[in-house]
Design a protein around this ligand. Sequence first.
Ligand code: GBH
Length: 479
Amino acid sequence: LDKSNSTSKNKFPDYFKFGAATASYQVEGAWNEDGKGENIWDHITHTNPTYVENEDNGDVACDSYHKYKEDVAMLKDLGVDYYRFSLSWSRILPYGVAGSPVNKLGIEYYRNLTQELLDNGIEPMVTLFHWDTPEPLQELGGWPNPEMEEHYAYYARTVFEQLGDLVKIWLTFNEPKQTCLEGYGKGVKAPAFTTTGMADYKCTHTLIKSHAKAYHIYDEEFKSKQGGRVGMVIDTVWFEPASGSEKDAEAAERAIQFTYGWYGNPIILENYPQVMIDRIDERSKQQGFAQSRLPKFSEEEVNYIKGTYDFVALNMYTANYAEWKEETDISDVGYDSDLNVHLFMDDSWEESASSWLRVVPWGLRKTVNWLSKTYNNPEIFITENGVSDRGGIDDPQRINFYREYLSNLVDAIVEDGVNVTRYTAWSLMDNFEWGSGYSEKFGLYSVDFSSPERTRTKKASADYYSQVISTRCLVDSCE
Ligand code: GBH
């Protein structure tokens, strides 16, 4: 990449691209239309409505299934280079399983959306899986079941076949830590199991193998014809050592190894982070398990998985302080006690509408520097970054958020030489924010969820983001 013209402060290099993101369950609605099958979010919101704040669900959401042309018009108006959206597995394969029939109308919807983007000069960036597992697969055990690898491979091949002529950037999984740790470990995402320290590790093991398989399928069967690239979206908060002590530095590094490294190391380097292997092996032994609760990759699997990325992708929103802590209660079986780091936020950091998200712009610069150093200077995409509020189209807090995070990003690129080539705002529009329902708004556009039209209205932050995109600049003038 030519960086010769990227020296001006506050100016993004010419090759840099900007986008906006959404995900299928969060925006599409049409949960049972045109042959779509049930997924775990349909299931949990229908069978256990109080699982989500205000008993909200994604049955209609932003109604993007019907209003995708409006969405594309908004993207065009923003001036983004690309749109990151996800595919609903159940819309494409209603039964989910390997060998099951393809729903033509589901494919048609995604081809229409993609073609509409291309006709408007917007590149599609497509996530295969953003948390909406088909319910029939959950009833077979879901991600902790090793059989999922075969079902996911079939799904991935179907998608590459049906959409690969139009799509050149594929993201296999969005934030797998949420699927595994929150879905099977802590219960704060569907399917809401709470077997932490076991099911979350098994889930991850299968998911990483599924990713590697999809990567190889693309590489061997599609890449030469279609010329696209494949990666996985991994999220982390920035972990800042709580003090200058060596122990706190060790705690912070351990924490990021247990989050980004859990998924990043097997794919980008090799195998799980050594600190995870060592700690979980040792704790499992002391707890009387005959084998480690962290599954082992065979040597063959390690080699099959390593290198299965064409870029590194990061979702990043916030930061935590990490403080070293004495080993306590060995009897506790769980991810948190395997990690054993005291994590907390600074009261002085500006709050958002999400309890887990405070505004820490310098955390982004540090995170991309960590990725660059740890993974030998790969090409990095920021695939999500954004902030929540309680609504309204006058949103100075969001403008400030984008300005400060982007300013830190441009410093990472221009001053630190980190190879970040894309930035994606979460989200194009307000949408179904999982367990928080519609109460936390992340959009550049607001959506009126009380109107059947789901009317979209541009926020002030959308104007700001547009201006950054068109000028590639954070201040009024870049030299
Ligand atoms: C992303 O997750 C998701 O990819 C996206 O779908 C979502 O809409 C967006 O960010 C905004 O949240 O323990 O209940 O407090 C962001 C990552 C979300 C991970 C919050 C940790 C804690 C949930 N984080 N989560 S809880």
